[in-house]
Design a protein around this ligand. Structure first.
Ligand SMILES: Nc1nc2c(c(=O)[nH]1)N[C@H]1C(S)=C(S)[C@@H](COP(=O)(O)O)O[C@H]1N2
Ligand SMILES: [Mo]
Length: 407
C-alpha cells in the first residue's frame, strides 16, 4: 500500500479521531481457519456466499396486480463492473415465464422472404455466431419518478436494466439466408409465452445490429430472460426484445396493435403525444452510495455508478457532490462499449458533510443527459416512459441516503 493511501485510510482529514489502532481481536484465528472446508462438488452449480443473501431481485408490491404480468428490479446498488450476473437480471413478463423444452422449440422465418424456414435450436447453433455486450432497459425504467422522488433505492428507481454478453446469430445472417423480398420494410417478432407477445420492428434496424441470442454471459439464456431464444435489439427499449422467440415475419407494413401503439407513446403536457420512441437516450445514475448502500465511515469514499446510451458510446460522465452547482469528470473504468453499460468512479473523501450526489452522462453523439426539470419542461408530467433525467441522492451526516430532487 502506498504511504499516501495508508495515511488516508488511517487518518482521513479529520485527524486522530479516525484512527483505528490494531486491536486484540485482529489477532484471533477465526473458526474458518481452524477446520477443513467443504470439498469440491458440494455445489455442482455454485451460488453466491450466504453473506450476500440480501443481494436479490426485488419487486414493489403495489405496482402490479399479478406476479405473471409484473416486473422486478436488478439490485444495482450492490453490483460493480458492467456485467449483470444472470441470476440478478430484472424480469418483466406479461404472461408469466414460459417453460420451454429446447428440443421442441422452433424459430420460423416467413412472410416476404424467398425461402421461408423453420429452424430447430440445434440448426441455429450450426450458423456463424457472434458475442456482443448490450444493455436492455425497459422504457418504463424510472417511470414512477416522473412527478417527483418516490422510490427509495436505485434498485427501484433504475433497476429495470441489465447488461449481459449475448451469444447468438445476427438477423443479417438469418435474413440473408431466407432472402428478403424487395419492398419489405418491417419485421414482426413473436414470443412463445402465454402472452404471445409480438412487436413490429423496422427492417433496417433488424438488419443493422439485431440478433437472436441463445446464451447470456457464457451459459444458456435463463428461463426468465427467454430460454431458449430471445431477440436482441441493441439500444432500443426492452419491450421489443421478444423473449421465448418463435417467429419472425417479414412484411411491408407494421403490425402495431393498440396496446403496442400506446406502449410506444409518450403523452406530452399539451395533449399531443410522442410516438415510436424506440431508442433509449443517454442516462446515468450513481449506484453507491445510494439509499440501499449508505456511506459506512469517514475517510476514503468510492462513488460508483453506471452510464449508458442507446445512441452510441458513453464519452464522459460528470459527477456533482452539491446538487449540480459544481461538476467534476468521473473516471471511466472497464470496457467502454457502444450500447453497453459503462462503469464510472469518483475517488474522494468524506468526513460527514451533507452531499447532493448527481451524475450526468454524455454520449458520442454529443447528447448530454438532461435534468428532471429540463425533461419536464418538454415532456410535462403525464409520461411514464423514457425518463432519463438526472437522479439526486441526499447523503446525510450519518451516512444514510435518500432519493430527493433539487430545484
Ligand atoms: N415474449 C415476451 N417477450 C418480452 C416480454 C414478455 O412479456 N413476453 N416483456 C418485454 C419487456 S416489456 C421487457 S422490458 C423485456 C424484459 O426483459 P428481461 O425479462 O430479460 O429483463 O422483455 C420484453 N420481452
Ligand atoms: Mo418493458
Amino acid at each position: 500500500m502506498s504511504p499516501r493511501l495508508s495515511r488516508r485510510l488511517m487518518l482521513g482529514a479529520g485527524g486522530a479521531a479516525a484512527v483505528r489502532p490494531v486491536a486484540a481481536e485482529d489477532d484471533v484465528i477465526p473458526e474458518w481457519s481452524r477446520t477443513l472446508g467443504e470439498g469440491v462438488d458440494q455445489h455442482p452449480y455454485g451460488k453466491p456466499s450466504i453473506h450476500e443473501k440480501a443481494v436479490i431481485r426485488r419487486d414493489v408490491g403495489w405496482l402490479t396486480a399479478s406476479p405473471q404480468s409484473s416486473v422486478n428490479f436488478t439490485p444495482l446498488h450492490a453490483l460493480d463492473g458492467i456485467i449483470t450476473p444472470n441470476g440478478l437480471c430484472f424480469e418483466r413478463h406479461h404472461g408469466g415465464m414460459a417453460d420451454i423444452d429446447p428440443a421442441r422449440h422452433r424459430l420460423m422465418i416467413h412472410g416476404m422472404v424467398e425461402r421461408p424456414v423453420v429452424l430447430t435450436m440445434a440448426e441455429l447453433k450450426r450458423l456463424p455466431r457472434v458475442n456482443r455486450i448490450y444493455f436492455l432497459e425497459c422504457a418504463a425504467n424510472s417511470g414512477m419518478e416522473w412527478r417527483g422522488a418516490q422510490l427509495n433505492g436505485v434498485q427501484f428507481t433504475h433497476g429495470m436494466i441489465h447488461n449481459v454478453m449475448y451469444t447468438g446469430v445476427t438477423l443479417r445472417t438469418l435474413l440473408d439466408a431466407a432472402g428478403v423480398k424487395p419492398g419489405a420494410a418491417w419485421m414482426l417478432a413473436e414470443g412463445a409465452d402465454a402472452a404471445g407477445m409480438d412487436r413490429s420492428i423496422p427492417l433496417g434496424k433488424a438488419l443493422d445490429d439485431c440478433m437472436v441470442a441463445f446464451a447470456q454471459n457464457g451459459e444458456a439464456l435463463r428461463p426468465e430472460q427467454g430460454y431458449p431464444l430471445r431477440l436482441v435489439v441493441p439500444g432500443w427499449q426492452g419491450n421489443m426484445w421478444v423473449k421465448w422467440l418463435r417467429r419472425l415475419k417479414i412484411g411491408d407494413a407494421p403490425w402495431h396493435t393498440r396496446e403496442e401503439t400506446s406502449k410506444y407513446t409518450d403523452l406530452l403536457a399539451d395533449g399531443r403525444a410522442r410516438r415510436f420512441t424506440w431508442v433509449m437516450d443517454a442516462k446515468s445514475v450513481i449506484t453507491a452510495p445510494s439509499p440501499q448502500a449508505p456511506v459506512v465511515g469517514h475517510g476514503p469514499l468510492v462513488i460508483s455508478g453506471i452510464a449508458w446510451s442507446g445512441r452510441g458510446t458513453i464519452s464522459r460522465v460528470d459527477v456533482s457532490l452539491d446538487g449540480g452547482r459544481n461538476w467534476r469528470e468521473a473516471r471511466l473504468d472497464g470496457p467502454v462499449l457502444p450500447l453497453s453499460m459503462t462503469r464510472f468512479y469518483v475517488d474522494t473523501e468524506w468526513h460527514g458533510q451533507e452531499m447532493l450526489l448527481q451524475s450526468r452522462a454524455h454520449d458520442s453523439t454529443g447528447y448530454v443527459q438532461p435534468t428532471k426539470a429540463e425533461l419536464r419542461k418538454i415532456r410535462g408530467l403525464n409520461s411514464i416512459y423514457h425518463n432519463n433525467g438526472i437522479q439526486t441522492w441526499l447523503i446525510r451526516p450519518n451516512g444514510e441516503s435518500e432519493n430527493v430532487e433539487v430545484g
